[in-house]
Design a protein around this ligand. Structure first.
Ligand code: AMP
Ligand code: MG
Length: 330
């Protein structure tokens, strides 16, 4: 069985194709780049996705060496995400399903990150740290459902990096710039550390760091280094607490920020101390991508989940707890 997955919840329009033997046949990711100094403007991103979607789909079919008729199932992200952007993917997916007379399933974006991480690592029941532009969550399977057991109380960690880099005068995405600058930083500057149990906050840190930049007293390299060390230590503290609380023996990090080598290094050390298995996942499966949607769609469909195309709509605040993951149940 071959599934095509479409992802368009925020900064990426992506199409992935995978079969039930776990072979990735295509993974095309197009990232929206806002004008210099700006964040994502939903209407502009949606318009660009509408223009690009034909090319991205064509490229995916070409890469997979398949015709649209060869696809058995269409999967699409229905949330959480930005309404304008989600609607582009959902409309295209519905059209394809009707035109090709194929079934369609609507997928929860956060669960898809977790399922593809499990597929890649071979882990059965990991604790997952999901760190992206808009999200910072600790998710795991507990009592029959995926549950968010800890999260940011304000902005996502990727957003923090993006805004800090923007204040320094760099383009989006800011995370890779911060990582590069941090490598050159030597002097640690004290930055507020805000962990509350298994939850975190980054808003106060952002204000603090903006003021450091404005003061003109510090090198960007030192600011980036201190910021990275502080917020990654916070991530590790909540992850350790969550591991102790859930007793999980496997750990994965996903989302765009999971590409950061320093974060991977810290996670490796932390897991070694706890006797927990850890394996980093490649960037093209950690970032927002279509393969994760296609793979989760396959799991859902094979477990008997069926969605009516006319009923599928975007759920901007779709929580992982709203999904009954029957594919995990005997
Ligand atoms: P996503 O929303 O999962 O596609 O992730 C996008 C976010 O990941 C953006 O906020 C990026 O700045 C961030 N990001 C990407 N690469 C890195 C990196 N190497 N280090 C830190 N953050 C990163
Ligand atoms: Mg994501």
């Amino acid at each position: 069985m071959i599934c095509l997955g479409i992802e368009s919840s925020a900064y990426a329009l992506a199409v992935g194709i995978i079969n039930d033997k776990r072979e990735i046949l295509a993974n095309i990711i197009y990232n929206f780049k806002p004008p210099k100094g700006m964040g994502l403007i939903p209407r502009d991103a949606a318009e660009e996705y509408s223009k690009k979607v034909y090319d991205i789909l064509t490229e995916a079919f070409d890469n997979a060496n398949l015709k649209p008729e060869n696809i058995d199932l269409i999967a699409v992200t229905i949330g959480p995400g930005i309404g304008h952007c989600l609607r582009v993917g959902i409309s295209v997916a519905k059209y394809l399903a009707l035109r090709l007379k194929k079934p369609i399933v609507g997928v929860n974006h956060c669960i898809a990150h977790l399922e593809v991480a499990k597929m890649y690592t071979g882990f059965k029941d990991p604790l997952m740290l999901y760190v992206s532009g808009g999200n910072t969550q600790i998710i795991t399977y507990k009592d029959g459902k995926y549950r968010v057991i800890g999260e940011t109380l304000d902005i996502g960690i990727g957003n923090l990096f993006d805004v800090v880099a923007r204040e320094m005068g760099y383009d989006m995405p800011g995370g890779p710039k911060i990582e590069k600058l941090a490598k050159e930083g030597k002097n640690y500057i004290e930055i507020p550390y805000t962990v509350k149990g298994i939850d975190l906050t980054f808003g106060g840190i952002l204000t603090y760091v903006k003021n450091l930049i404005k003061s003109g007293k510090y090198k960007n390299e030192d600011i980036a280094y201190s910021l990275q060390e502080t917020v990654f230590a916070m991530l590790m503290e909540v992850s350790e607490r969550a591991l102790a609380y859930t007793n999980k023996k496997e750990f994965v990090i996903t989302g765009g920020v999971a590409c950061n080598k320093r974060l991977q290094e810290m996670a490796k050390e932390m897991c070694k101390e706890w006797g927990v298995k850890f394996k980093p996942i490649p960037s093209e499966l950690a970032r927002d991508n279509g393969v994760m949607i296609a793979w989760t769609g396959l799991l859902m469909y094979k477990s008997g989940i069926r969605h009516k195309p006319e009923k599928l709509r975007e759920l901007q605040r779709y929580r992982v707890e709203d999904v009954d993951p029957i594919w995990l149940k005997p």
